[in-house]
Write a protein that binds this ligand. Structure first.
Ligand code: SAM
Length: 244
């Protein structure tokens, strides 16, 4: 059965299992762009590359995927192929993927410009969204130029089940570390780091000290950057000493 999403009257998607929000209606797309794409140096870092791989912890409503895909389509210098690999233990229903983008607001800037395309791509994602049983699922879009791999299982076995990703970017997007510690533990981030190429960039909305320390322990150089309101900070990291 699909994971239930509770939609609050202000349009936010809430998880009863974790007691946290997937993303806010007002800031969801801006956060995807400002925290995850910007934090991983995108679109700049995929330019001129034959392929570029993003690894994500926590697929959720798919908003980071849709924002990355839309930004890739908009970029005349995009890489030849975008691979997006994500893990998710509790896939939501296709209607919730659609509701997530319908509920989004983007008042201005890059998020507003991208919103119509994000909604259009969400329809393509939702129509491919079936049989999300535990295991590996692959979806092919844009004539094979965009490959989505979804590992449906708890994060550690899910990451361990993946062929080596050689990730160029790592989006760390579990619920907050206080209510979702599995997504941020040393064993989880260590398996994620083993999927990363040297110089891989990682990004997250959290700058919690234990998360920063764990990433440092795994060979990442970690920076606290100015965040998107209401968050004061966001995290950027670069893998300088990859684990063996
Ligand atoms: C903040 S949401 C992700 C939002 C998503 N990246 C997006 O763009 O819509 C966190 C996700 O992590 C998933 N999650 C939490 N704990 C997990 C675990 N132990 N293993 C796998 N997935 C987990 C949740 O089900 C939820 O979908």
């Amino acid at each position: 059965m699909a994971e239930p999403v509770l939609w609050t009257p202000d349009g936010a998607a809430h998880s009863a299992r974790f007691g946290d929000v997937y993303c806010s209606r007002a800031g969801g797309l801006a956060q995807a762009l400002g925290v995850f794409l910007q934090g991983c140096g995108l679109p700049r870092r995929w330019r001129g590359q034959p392929r570029f791989t993003v690894l994500e912890t926590g697929f959720g409503l798919g908003l980071n995927f849709l924002a990355t895909w839309a930004a890739w389509r908009r970029d005349a210098q995009r890489c030849g192929q975008l691979r997006y690999v994500s893990v998710e233990a509790y896939p939501v229903a296709a209607q919730d993927l659609l509701h997530g983008v319908e509920a989004l607001e983007a008042a201005n800037g890059q998020a507003a410009a991208l919103l119509p395309e994000v909604r259009q791509l969400a329809a393509a994602l939702a129509s491919s969204w079936r049989d999300m049983a535990p295991g590996l699922h692959q979806r092919v879009f844009d004539a094979g130029q965009v490959l989505l791999t979804l590992a449906v299982n708890p994060v550690q076995p899910a990451l361990a089940s993946l062929p080596r990703c050689e990730a160029d970017a790592l989006y760390l997007d579990g619920f907050s570390p206080a209510c979702n510690p599995d997504m941020w533990s040393l064993p989880t981030l260590a398996v994620a780091a083993r999927h990363c190429r040297p110089d891989c960039r990682a990004a997250s909305y959290t700058v919690a000290a234990p998360v920063r320390q764990t990433l440092q322990q795994l060979g990442f150089e970690v920076s606290k950057c100015p965040g998107l309101p209401p968050k004061r900070h966001r995290l950027e990291a670069r893998l300088v000493a990859p684990p063996r």
